[in-house]
Design a binder for this molecule. Sequence first.
Ligand code: F0G
Length: 459
Amino acid sequence: MSTTRILETVSRLRCISCAATPDSASQDFRCTTCGDLLEFSFPGWTSDASAFDPAALKSLWQNRRTSRENLDQSGVWRFRELLPHIPNLEEHAITLGEGNTPLYRLPRCARAAGVENLLAKHQGMNPTASFKDTGMTFAASSAHQGKFRWVACASTGNTSASMAAYAARGNMHSLVLIPEGQISWGKLSQSLDYGALTCQLRTDFDGCVQILNDLVRQKPVYLLNSVNPYRIEGQKTAAIELMEQLAWEPPDHIIVPGGNLGNSSAIGKALIEMRALKLISRLPKLSIIQAQGANPFYRCVHEFGGKKLEPMTADTLATAIRIGNPASWKKALRVLQATGGEVEEVSEVEIATAKAEIGADGIGCEPASAVTLAGLKKLRRSGFVKPGEAVVLILTGHILKDPDFTIKFHRGDLFGGTGAGTANDSEVAQAKYLQRAPIVLDANLGAVIAALEAAERNS
Ligand code: F0G
């Protein structure tokens, strides 16, 4: 059966606020009528959803797992029926075999959180070690199709690493704007090796975004931040792949970190579309977790009833989500409301503790990803998540993205600083039992055996 007979994919750009439907997007991906964000809609899906055969789509995607074709081997392009069409795709697709990420059971974390059924979809197992690759393969391919010479982004480090890699693979130049001194070395080193022009600006992430927006209005540079709706479409596939891994039986809860709020918007959009296409029978609740020091969306929902988002100066050791003015807050609010999810905020010590707990399950992740487990614990305590409910955490970045944070935590140095690095002593003491500082010994067998025996006694 041909793919077009299974599902006809006609997409259209639409403004999320005024519903304008421009034929093409402007350089800053903002609606030229009202200035709000654009998204892709698929008019045919809702008008004629009953004509589609969900089982045929599922088996088409399943069969592609054994295909030798480049696109079929990607965990993004394998689901291309649910993505907008890119003309002459074979010529323009830039793929590094992204997606196809594992779904792990987290038994120790489940006990710590007080739930029986806890899974983690580890998007840090992507080619550049973060979830950004799923959106980047799609948006970078669209830049290539548009014959752009330069692509650019503002970033807290993962978007830039991913963009630089995909630009390099597609023979495009990339410009990275990052806040000076506020991103991890691991992420910075990636964009250097992948050949980006890397500018460390003396501002924060939100300041970098402003300059980038002004730049793309003046220069023929393709914007690859998550306001670019192609990024959102690619990132949808994490949720599609997750449902496939769960045999299309949705969990009760999906929990994601919230920064610029593109990822939560993408996962929510995928869930809503899969429900409309009868690929799944019900919607999981999608909850979003922010760091307390970077919580504009939490405040938007809990203080302002979702009516407005007040930008703030953000501060957290989870530098990936140190964002005070999230671009996609209206999209995220919509999916929160559609799925009945919650927004939580978690402290620095809660983040560090949760990160070490995920590590102790043999998985590991970067600090921003660990807000999911920290948030789950709070949602359990508030009763929003019930002990018997199935929960999936979306881990967004790899443990090796930010080894500085990890080493400082285990040495007990993480909370000695100022700003986000301050925490009260009793909270810090609660995390002590997870700390495993390296020990320096003389090079003799007796010393090592003594250390082993001491560890055994304490275990
Ligand atoms: N987790 C990690 C590891 C991230 O890098 C980010 C965002 C998020 C979570 C939050 O996702 O912004 O879609 O809500 N990083 C961006 C960057 C902003 O530039 O790398 P979001």
